[in-house]
Design a protein around this ligand. Structure first.
Ligand SMILES: COc1ccc([C@H]2[C@H](O)[C@H](O)[C@H](C)N2C)cc1
Length: 450
């Protein structure tokens, strides 16, 4: 065990109300919006297939050219209430907005750099508008902040010279001032989602990452900070050199989920962030240059995440005119229709402790009531959902969440094995079954003599 000054500051899940709210939210909307939305993955007539928010580096565009995009940023059709209403209907309980992505452009009128929304034709504070609109829909707002900053002259990828360390300490002061500004000026912020912390320069300044986290928590008690911010005394990230998670939740799942049998993750809070295309966070003019996930695939990801006790943050990349592209609106509507019926299996639900992975789908369990849900994605040809129960537990009743009066026959066929007989009907959407369980202390089945 190493003695660490900048490692994990506590172990186990936070149990305070703010963290319980963060956890119970389960489903969130990520929004990546910035100057990169203007070119939308295309430059000088060429389409770049790498992530659109990386176009500056993909197309080797110099700062002077890229930064002049700020004089074109004018989302005349931007209506934060429209976005917030869409998000509400989709069923998200939180939203995470890029206050500043790697390009360094700030969506709020920061006093620490001119490279911000105040110096665009649009002028107005987009962060404030979004915080107010989403909060008034009952949706919590978190701030994404990229420590990596392509624009700022004092940013360094590594610290090799005295000059580097002098410049970079100026940068760290700049970034800390910006974060203080965000925490103070938008008091309803519920979390900070740090990104752009993989370079040597940050790994050599773990002390700063802890200081920033502590500053934010002193200004906004209860605020939730992701593991991606932190580097420890030896430059270890997410998990310190003693293997302990840093920050309040593990945020390493980017465009990937843990396997449904990876029960390691259930011991901590975690969040998966997900793009709808294969790898586009910012707006790309060409929607189908890569595979785009269907609503049903995204719903399954949300349920799989919930079944493993994690949050699911689904990304949207708004257009430069301030509207949400139609493909994303349609996906939001489909998911929203499903959530309207089935959100009981998601909100304030998590891992069903001890229940083994099942072929037909996922268990989720309400954290407060203990109510057990079976979310079905794969109906067997037999029409029989076979459930392996826990030792001494059996299922006394099963009913559809959507249609409680449609009976589902339950038959215990052997020890820890129950059959559910689904009605002969076709299902076009995943559905939820509420399972009532009872503890059986007597064991009425004979174990096979092997
Ligand atoms: C180098 O590979 C990267 C670097 C940064 C990212 C950024 C994306 O732009 C987006 O903001 C995502 C959450 N983040 C990890 C993605 C891949």
């Amino acid at each position: 065990k190493k003695l660490l000054k900048y490692g994990a500051q506590y172990e186990g899940k936070r149990t305070d109300a703010a963290m319980q709210k963060w956890r119970s939210n389960r489903f969130g909307q990520f929004i990546h919006w910035g100057l990169y939305a203007i070119p939308g993955g295309e430059w000088k007539g060429k389409t770049y297939t790498y992530a659109a928010e990386f176009l500056k580096s993909s197309a080797h565009i110099p700062n002077s050219t890229w930064d002049s995009l700020q004089y074109q940023f004018n989302p005349v059709k931007f209506d934060p209430k429209t976005w917030a209403k869409m998000a509400k209907k989709m069923g998200v309980k939180y939203m995470t907005i890029t206050t500043k992505h790697h390009e360094g452009f700030c969506l709020w009128p920061t006093q620490y750099t001119k490279f911000n929304i105040g110096n665009t034709p649009y002028k107005k504070d987009i962060i404030k508008a979004l915080v107010d609109a989403y909060n008034s829909e009952g949706i919590d707002v978190n701030f994404y902040y990229s420590v990596l900053d392509w624009h700022h002259p004092d940013w360094r990828y590594d610290i090799k010279t005295k000059e580097d360390s002098i410049a970079f300490s100026r940068y760290l002061t700049f970034a800390q001032n910006q974060l203080k500004e965000l925490a103070e000026n938008y008091p309803s912020v519920k979390g900070f989602w740090f990104d752009g912390t993989w370079d040597q320069s940050i790994k050599k300044n773990g002390w700063w990452t802890l200081q920033v986290e502590q500053m934010l928590k002193s200004i906004r008690p209860g605020v939730v900070v992701n593991s991606r911010l932190r580097a420890d005394d030896y430059g270890a990230r997410h998990f310190d050199s003693n293997g302990k998670m840093m920050g309040d939740y593990e945020s390493g799942y980017e465009r990937r989920l843990p396997s449904p049998t990876d029960t390691q993750v259930i011991h901590r809070d975690w969040e998966a962030c997900m793009t709808i295309p294969e790898n586009q966070w910012g707006y790309h003019k060409k929607w189908d240059i890569s595979y785009t996930k269907t609503p049903l695939e995204l719903i399954e990801m949300l349920v799989q995440t919930t079944s493993l006790g994690g949050n699911f943050l689904l990304n949207f990349g708004p257009k430069p005119d301030g509207t949400i592209r139609i493909e994303e609106q349609q996906i939001a509507e489909h998911i929203g229709n499903w959530m309207k019926i089935n959100s009981a299996a998601i909100y304030n639900a998590g891992h069903a402790k001890g229940w083994p992975r099942q072929d037909w789908g996922y268990f989720t369990q309400n954290e407060t009531t203990g109510k057990l849900y079976a979310v079905v994605f794969n109906i067997p040809i037999s029409g029989i959902l076979k459930i392996q129960t826990l030792e001494g537990i059996t299922i006394s009743k099963a009913s559809f969440l959507e249609k409680p009066d449609v009976p589902i026959t339950v038959k215990e066929i052997a020890k820890k094995q129950v059959n559910l007989y689904l009605p002969q009907q076709s299902f076009s959407e995943p559905f939820v079954i509420i399972l009532d369980t009872i503890n059986e202390n007597k064991n009425k089945y004979i174990d096979a003599k092997t």
